[in-house]
Design a protein around this ligand. Structure first.
Ligand SMILES: [Zn+2]
Length: 259
């Protein structure tokens, strides 16, 4: 049975509250952007971050291995998308969801309760309402234009689309006609020129790692069977033997996702 509107609203509120609780577990004040989400996640949660070449169509995955819980992030995606995917996988972890794979469409899924909750969690974790409100209040020109969307996106190192959605969910912009016009400008790729004109550059964090340097693993996982598997020096059966699991479990958890 599908959820009623009241149930959806309650679930969204719970996901938002969980994200604020998760932010309180980090050492970053609620009204401040995260300098590096990879570092913050690994320092504050029982979750390691692996950025690697994943199978076609995959944006990320939440995987539970015997030694680690892993957020797998697709290296093919731009840094702004990798950050949102990581916050989404943290959402699955923090909200107690099961392991699973994410495609680009699950990162926009507003129907599946777990996916929708993880997305709401991600938006609030990366750009909490108090931080968004503070940033907007400090802008010299706070008219809701593409320039505001780009400045907000740059401040939180998220995509223009994610920033525009945040303006709506925080109710800073409520004019539906204006939101549609902003969407059209973003879909028309006008944000790129706006970033250049304003001299806005993307955050230099671990999510910016070039594809050629993949896979990205935390120091604690280097030299592990997982690292060897990601580097292609051992196969699923060898990784399974190393972590005391079956090769079917490894294939299920990682095999389908890693080229
Ligand atoms: Zn998901």
């Amino acid at each position: 049975m599908s959820e009623s509107e009241a149930e959806k609203e309650l679930r969204r509120e719970r996901a938002t509250a969980a994200a604020l609780k998760a932010r309180a577990q980090t050492n970053v004040p609620l009204d401040t952007p995260l300098e590096c989400i990879v570092t913050t996640v690994e320092e504050s949660f029982d979750l390691i971050v692996v950025i690697a070449q994943l199978g076609e169509g995959l944006a990320g995955a939440y995987v539970k291995l015997p030694r680690w819980n892993v957020a797998l992030i697709a290296g093919k995606d731009a840094a702004v998308r990798r950050r949102f995917t990581l916050a989404h996988e943290l959402g699955h972890h923090f909200l107690g969801h099961g392991a699973g794979f994410d495609t680009n469409s699950s990162l926009n899924d507003e129907v599946d309760p777990d996916e929708s909750s993880a997305n709401r969690f991600a938006a609030e974790f990366i750009a909490p309402r108090p931080a968004v409100e503070r940033f907007i209040s400090e802008l010299e020109d706070d008219s809701p234009t593409l320039e505001m969307v780009c400045r907000l996106a740059n401040h939180f190192a998220i995509s223009p689309k994610a920033a525009r959605i945040r303006l709506e969910t925080t109710e800073i912009v409520t004019d539906q006609g204006l939101l549609v016009r902003l969407d059209a400008q973003i879909d028309d790729h006008q944000a790129k020129g706006c970033f250049e004109r304003l001299g806005l550059e993307d955050r230099d964090d671990l999510c910016r790692m070039p594809l050629g340097q993949m896979p990205r693993l935390p120091a604690e996982a280097r030299g592990s069977a997982l690292a060897d598997y990601l580097a292609g020096t051992i196969d699923a059966a060898e990784l399974a033997a190393a972590i005391g699991s079956s090769s079917e479990q490894v294939e299920d958890a990682l095999g389908r996702s890693v080229l």
